[in-house]
Write a protein that binds this ligand. Structure first.
Ligand SMILES: Cc1cc2nc3c(=O)[nH]c(=O)nc-3n(C[C@H](O)[C@H](O)[C@H](O)COP(=O)(O)OP(=O)(O)OC[C@H]3O[C@@H](n4cnc5c(N)ncnc54)[C@H](O)[C@@H]3O)c2cc1C
Ligand SMILES: *[C@@H]1O[C@H](CO)[C@@H](O)[C@H](O)[C@H]1NC(C)=O
Ligand SMILES: *[C@@H]1O[C@H](CO)[C@@H](O)[C@H](O)[C@H]1NC(C)=O
Length: 628
């Protein structure tokens, strides 16, 4: 009952009317959170901390949570898990609310540097680079889409010298080890596990657009696939990290059920500022941190593990003296090891600019009308209805466009994402604010549709293997300064052309019978800054792509794994140049995978934990042999 009241209050607050009388929503968000803040922080932290631990894990994203869980299976290991954020609340668990999470304290809220090639229609022409700051990391705020990537993606890891990451031997078993599959539509059981910890579900609710989208894609020649198997090209119902209609974060899956373990200590609201490294022996022996405004040191007897994510693991390495010599010297950090940290950064840029309207009545539109909200929340509490749809995403299609120079004929270069949560669904809150859309763009293109009672949908085009590669570096030596991110999105014009080809595919798709039956039409108000170009011409779309584009937040490779000189960690995730220090998170992914990166972060955690266990087992045996 109390739950219901809380959710209701939150919804009321989200509505346009109340917002207008109180002011701007983002400023109001902290108040909403205080209102519903639970006692979880206290429960999670109730331990007397020690000075020394066997393992110190920095950051509790999916990878960090998995490692903490697997290492504390062994009662002889004690583990300190340190997290800068706090515990999620019920609001975080409503799958449809994912985009609202950008505006909360669970987001680090970084921005990429402004560049002339992309994000021109966003606020200050800067792409948003959000990141989770919570127990559970980004899995507490992300879109929950569960896509693992294909065998061909991981074959590339092996080709780069990571021989122990064979798909069938290591990677697939690790995916399966985590998974608690609840898949009711088409899937291949041999690629899934129903008895793991992490919920993977098909959406309990579908709008009618899903079936139409799938049928249309089949008419275009695609098969219905399980994209988390050996099928690569095709269309599929979304698989997501939800369980019974709620978000299943890394915290929910890997930490909450194990809080009784006495060898797992967790610190929240605590920022690690540095890895302690002995300058002579080059052994990492602990961390320095800031907690309740006090600087403290904790010692790791066996290893320090950085799982601070793709922005903060490189940040911590660099502040601890491991990074590009020239850059570190410029900002006054003493260099311990010259290493290409942050030199590469891949990401998936996407084009959300194709919106289609239909003549099909949408029972939950307009979304913020009180009666619709109340109904939606009532259904959510029973694990049903539109509020259970992760981020508003219902279906995915993986395709190859004609000019894609595929290293392998089975590798897709484009992902189409069917999104039924559109910018005007909630009068310009979720999608518009989370994507930093400029007011002039929203007001001219989407506002005219506010209050509409029929379905509209987006087909978001995401580029999986961009030619343009970004990089990051530190602004200065202050840990509280946001790093500088240079995305380089669309620096290579080829990337724009690939998206243009996918736009053409989408137009064929919309012209098939299933879409014609609901009178699906391209929303054709032009983007103001591209108006001078003929609407619908190739040049118009090129302009639109560079103007209205967003990152899907899949940054990788900032602590690249490999055996060549561009690598930061080796294939056992050990940092080159220092001992007893590993990086275990998405920053080690050495390429741009064909997938979103959340599934991979769990998998990397599983593999990383196994590598650690194996090492320390071997060590024990060596001592044993020595003494006996
Ligand atoms: C908005 C958004 C939506 C996304 N949607 C999807 C999706 O739908 N599907 C998908 O597959 N992927 C998605 N992703 C990507 C995916 O969620 C991430 O790649 C993945 O969760 C990263 O996991 P990780 O373990 O590498 O680290 P993270 O999740 O980044 O966790 C790192 C943790 O370390 C903590 N930390 C950092 N520095 C410090 C420090 N100095 N001291 C203490 N703690 C620290 C952080 O607070 C954070 O909690 C999305 C990402 C974003 C940002
Ligand atoms: C399924 O998950 C359980 C629990 O993690 C694990 O013990 C089992 O080995 C997994 N099965 C497969 C096939 O990976
Ligand atoms: C929607 O449009 C299609 C195609 O024009 C038409 O056949 C159908 O009757 C329309 N339905 C409604 C509810 O207007």
């Amino acid at each position: 009952m109390w739950t219901c009241v809380k959710l209701f209050i939150v919804f009321i607050i989200l509505t346009q009317k109340v917002q207008k009388s109180i002011g701007f929503f983002p400023q109001f968000a902290p108040f909403v959170e205080k209102l519903i803040k639970n006692k979880a922080d206290y429960i999670v932290e109730r331990r007397a901390y020690l000075r020394e631990y066997d393992f110190i894990i920095v950051g509790s994203g999916p990878a960090g949570c998995v490692v903490a869980n697997r290492l504390t299976e062994n009662p002889n290991f004690n583990v300190l898990l340190i997290e800068a954020g706090t515990v999620e609340t019920l609001v975080e668990q409503v799958p449809l609310f994912a985009p609202y999470e950008f505006l909360t304290r669970y987001n680090w809220g970084y921005l990429a540097e402004r560049q002339p090639y992309s994000c021109l229609g966003l606020k200050d022409q800067q792409c948003g680079f959000p990141r989770g700051k919570a127990l559970g990391g980004t899995s507490v705020i992300n879109g929950m889409l569960y896509t693992r990537g294909f065998k061909e993606d991981f074959d590339e890891w092996v080709r780069l010298g990571n021989y122990n990451w064979d798909y069938y031997e290591t990677v697939l078993p690790a995916f399966k080890k985590s998974e608690k599959a609840r898949l009711k539509f088409y899937h291949k059981p041999e690629y899934h596990n129903t008895s793991g910890l992490l919920g993977v579900s098909h959406n309990p609710h579908q709008t009618p657009i899903t079936k139409i989208f799938m049928d249309a894609n089949k008419l275009m020649g695609l098969d219905e696939i399980d994209y988390n198997s050996d099928d690569n090209i095709g269309v599929a119902h979304l698989q997501a990290n939800t369980l019974k209609g709620r978000r299943h974060s890394a915290y929910k899956a890997f930490i909450e059920p194990f809080l009784h373990r006495r060898n797992l200590h967790i610190m929240l609201n605590t920022r690690v500022t540095k890895v302690l490294i002995d300058r002579v022996t080059r052994v990492a022996y602990g961390v320095e941190l800031l907690r309740k405004k006090r600087r403290q040191k904790f010692i790791a007897r066996r290893e320090v593990i950085l799982s601070a994510g793709t922005f903060h693991s490189p940040q911590l390495l660099m502040l601890s003296g491991i990074g590009p010599r020239e850059d570190l010297e410029k900002i006054g950090v003493e260099v311990i090891h010259d290493s290409p940290v942050g030199k590469e950064m891949y990401d998936h840029i996407s084009f959300p600019g194709l919106m289609f309207t239909t003549n099909l009545t949408n029972p939950s539109a307009p979304m913020l009308e009180i009666k619709n909200l109340v109904k939606m929340m009532g259904n959510f509490l029973h694990g049903k209805g539109y509020a259970t749809v992760p981020n508003g995403v219902e279906s995915l299609a993986f395709i190859q466009t004609p000019t894609f120079n595929a290293p392998n004929e089975r590798l897709p270069n484009i992902e189409l994402i069917l999104l039924t949560l559109v910018p005007h669904s909630d009068n310009g809150h979720a999608v518009r604010n989370s994507e930093r859309m400029s007011d002039w763009l929203y007001d001219s293109v989407y506002r005219p549709l506010e209050g509409e009672t029929t379905y509209s949908f987006l087909i978001v085009i995401s580029l999986l293997h961009p030619k343009s590669v970004g990089y990051m570096k530190l602004r200065d030596r202050n840990i509280f300064s946001p790093p500088k991110f240079y995305s380089n999105f669309f620096k290579e014009p080829e990337d724009v052309e690939s998206i243009l080809e996918a736009i053409k595919y989408t137009f064929y798709l919309i012209n098939t019978e299933p879409f014609k039956n609901i009178n699906a039409r391209l929303h054709n108000i032009p983007i103001p800054t591209c108006k001078h170009l003929n609407f619908g011409s190739d040049d118009y779309w090129r302009c639109a792509i560079r103007t209205w584009c967003v990152s899907l937040h899949h940054q990788t490779a900032t602590c690249k794994m490999g055996s060549t000189r561009d690598a930061v960690v080796n294939s056992e995730l050990k940092v080159y140049g220092v001992k007893k220090l590993r990086v275990i998170d998405t920053s080690i992914i050495p390429n741009s995978p064909s997938s979103h990166t959340n599934a991979a972060s769990f998998m990397i955690g599983e593999v990383g934990a196994d590598l650690i266990k194996k090492d320390w087992q071997r060590q024990r045996q060596t001592w044993y042999n020595y003494y006996h």
